[in-house]
Design a protein around this ligand. Structure first.
Ligand code: RIB
Ligand code: CA
Length: 340
């Protein structure tokens, strides 16, 4: 079976780390490289965390350091992004944070490549066959937007984009936006309206695949290095969420591993059970809805030469639901079959 060529773009945090492990353990992918971007943590920590995971798996896949800040959202220092990024969560102890500054893995013996992520992305994509590479961004879309704006020739080299981001019925950190889009709304608008085939694995979908302590134990009992770390990450996220959720609404019954769902969806689209082909734009007004994914506004938006109302073209495959059993079995089997 031909392996799918993919490039990961990560802001390595805890769920990004699991997504990287899944991509590197799977025999379904040819991972051309991993680009880092600031988001969950600052660019230095996101890159170091990514190197820790790659080194921990003894992988030869190269890591390329990317954008340290979003395109525009932090340019107004008193705006919410300007005030919080790249500082993210309040400075809790790493063991209490959903995204620790430093993952609980040994310091890496490898380093990132001496070429910035955006330059590497452009150079690598231009060498590929047309429509042959799947981009898998699971953090803010800053690097991808910069690459597209810098050299549009890469568009025809990209097969599709399968990203983790966006929200419609479930949202955080604001009352209407999802983190990856919210960090860099301008970058998201550039990528989503690039004309590329974009699948948006949203918070609505990832909220269908929440895992609990029992599932973490089932994974820990596989008892391989990768499985033990994945179980650690599930428990780290549950413990951190309990500290925040208790204040808001009762007990945490489970925690989503957002980013690995995007990786799973690439070769197992059956995990995505409700996909809405529609239009998507990002609210770029610097107000309450800044960074929101505005979906489905292309209905009956134009009148054709016959005077008939017609829809504007769709530009997104928005994923609304996912199947937890398919996802968990995929994750479990990847870890059981791990021979690294
Ligand atoms: O909203 C979830 C996304 O934000 C995930 O990619 C997580 O890693 C954070 O970046
Ligand atoms: Ca992420």
């Amino acid at each position: 079976m031909e392996k799918e060529k993919i490039i990961l773009d990560v802001d390595t945090g805890s769920d990004d780390a699991v997504a990287i492990i899944c991509a590197l353990l799977s025999n379904e992918f040819d991972v051309l490289g991993i680009c880092t971007v600031s988001g969950n943590v600052n660019i230095d920590n996101a890159t170091d965390n990514t190197l820790r995971v790659v080194d921990y798996l003894n992988s030869s896949v190269k890591v390329y350091k990317g954008a340290s800040l979003p395109l525009a959202s932090t340019l107004i220092p008193w705006g919410i992004q300007g005030l919080t990024l790249p500082h993210n969560e309040i400075r809790l102890d790493d063991s209490k944070r959903i995204h620790p500054d430093h993952l609980p893995l040994p310091k890496p013996n490898i380093t990132y490549e001496d070429k910035s992520a955006v330059i590497w992305l452009i150079e690598t994509l231009l060498k590929q066959e047309d429509h042959s590479v799947t981009l898998v961004p699971v953090g803010p879309l800053t690097n991808i937007a910069l690459a597209i704006r810098s050299d549009e020739r890469i568009l025809k080299k990209i097969k599709r984009i399968v990203l983790m981001g966006g929200s419609h019925d479930v949202y955080a950190p604001t009352q209407g936006a999802e983190f990856n889009i919210w960090v860099d709304p301008e970058a998201a608008e550039i990528v989503i309206n690039s004309g590329l085939d974009v699948t948006m694995v949203s918070l609505d979908a990832t909220s269908c695949i929440c895992l609990d302590y029992n599932e973490a134990k089932r994974i820990r009992d596989i008892n391989t290095r990768a499985a033990i770390f994945v179980a650690d990450m599930i428990e780290q996220r549950l413990n951190a969420a309990k500290k925040t959720m208790n204040k808001q609404a009762g007990q945490v019954v489970g925690i989503a591993l957002h980013d690995p769902l995007a990786v799973c969806a690439i070769k197992h689209p059956e995990v995505l059970t409700d996909i809405w082909d529609t239009s998507c734009h990002i609210d770029l007004g610097r107000s309450y809805a800044y960074g929101e994914t505005v979906l489905g506004r292309n209905y009956q938006s134009e009148i054709n030469e016959k005077g008939e109302y017609v829809n504007l073209p769709n530009n997104i495959h928005y994923v609304r639901k996912a199947n937890k059993e398919i996802f968990f079995n995929w994750l479990y089997n990847l870890l059981v079959e791990d021979t690294k």
